[in-house]
Design a protein around this ligand. Structure first.
Ligand code: DQA
Length: 151
């Protein structure tokens, strides 16, 4: 099998991890999380991207798919999760599998966070496990690529 290729895509305000509401999101930066994720999966080729901009995220998703044979995307869309029909349509438009992840348990927080407009077009959803959510997302994509999990 060729080297797995995974895009870790983070949306608005995740650039502020470490400083942003640490009681909810912890003290580690996105750079810390990305570095440890890559170290934990030495056989995976990672592409890391974060933007505050919905359009840039959508363009990155298309660019990743267009780049060739891809294993999948681990996506923490931040608040876009709850309202971005444009992002939902972009996920539906690509054939590369996307796993929705969240650091926090969005179902245990404000009511508006319980709605995700992207879940239905994602392979699955992982949330509430802090940075472990990203690792679980990667594992789910690798299992899917190997023929396991949901088809
Ligand atoms: C988040 C949850 C979202 O509701 C929020 O808007 C975020 C982060 C999470 O990782 O827990 O920005 O996606």
């Amino acid at each position: 099998m060729s080297t797995p290729s995974i895009l870790v895509l983070n949306g608005p305000n995740l650039s502020r991890l470490g400083r942003r509401e640490p009681a909810i999101y912890g003290h580690r930066t996105l750079q810390d999380i990305n570095r440890d994720l890559a170290a934990g999966f030495p056989d995976v080729t990672f592409d890391f991207f974060q933007s505050e901009d919905e359009g840039a995220i959508i363009e990155k998703l298309y660019g990743f798919e267009d780049g060739g044979s891809r294993t999948g995307v681990v996506l923490n869309a931040g608040a876009l999760t709850h309202y971005s029909i444009a992002l939902r349509d972009a996920i539906a438009a690509v054939s590369v599998p996307v796993v929705e992840v969240h650091l926090s348990n969005v179902h245990a927080r404000e009511e508006f966070r319980r709605t995700s407009v992207i879940s239905a077009v994602c392979l699955g959803v992982v949330g509430g496990f802090g940075e472990e959510s990203y690792r679980l997302g990667v594992r789910a994509l690798l299992a899917h690529a190997a023929g396991g999990g949901r088809q």
